[in-house]
Design a protein around this ligand. Sequence first.
Ligand SMILES: Cc1cc2nc3c(=O)[nH]c(=O)nc-3n(C[C@H](O)[C@H](O)[C@H](O)COP(=O)(O)O)c2cc1C
Length: 197
Amino acid sequence: MQPKVLIAYVTRSGSTEDVAEAVGTTMEQADVLVDLKPMAMVEAIADGTPVVLGAALYVGHFPREFHGFMNRFRRELENARPWIFVLGPTDKDPKHFTQAEEQARKELAKYPWLHAADVRVVGGKFDPHHLKLTFPFNLVMKFPGNPMRKMPVSDTRDWEWIRRWAQSIAEHVKKGPDANRGEFAEYTLYKNSMLGK
Ligand SMILES: Cc1cc2nc3c(=O)[nH]c(=O)nc-3n(C[C@H](O)[C@H](O)[C@H](O)COP(=O)(O)O)c2cc1C
């Protein structure tokens, strides 16, 4: 029987969760079963489980739940070759996408034993009125003089690309554990079609 794909994510304000859900729905539509969960809620990963991970960058770092997850499940993840999506830039400056890719690369380099099948920065969302942040970001955002409070809502997530990506993962999963994942270039930045629009 085909194993369920674990889609584990960590979110603060919900935009990473939205992407995780879109990935999950697309995979289900491709007849792949998924188990969609915040990283902190994952209790075990059965051997042979295909894994997709999602996290957002905050001041160059992934949230602590991401690191907790890596440390808790090192043995399982070492052999899993996970697909990883990263939330980040909330404006359309391509430089910020390159920077986010660099930030993600540094964060992932903390786990030299991790061999991702693919890592993609998929854009991000900023809405100053619906932020849910942890300390110290929540405090910083409350300062009346913080210019971020006046920033407009923006969303650079490229849904069409995200769905296509999820579909190609589903095809790989359906081929079985021995399928060659080599056609996914590691750490390659895709061209977000939202840029320049
Ligand atoms: C305080 C703060 C710091 C951020 N720092 C970065 C950053 O260093 N690099 C980046 O690419 N995006 C950064 N972002 C953008 C977030 O990654 C983006 O808003 C993402 O969609 C948030 O995901 P979430 O809604 O799942 O928490 C930052 C956002 C906030 C609010």
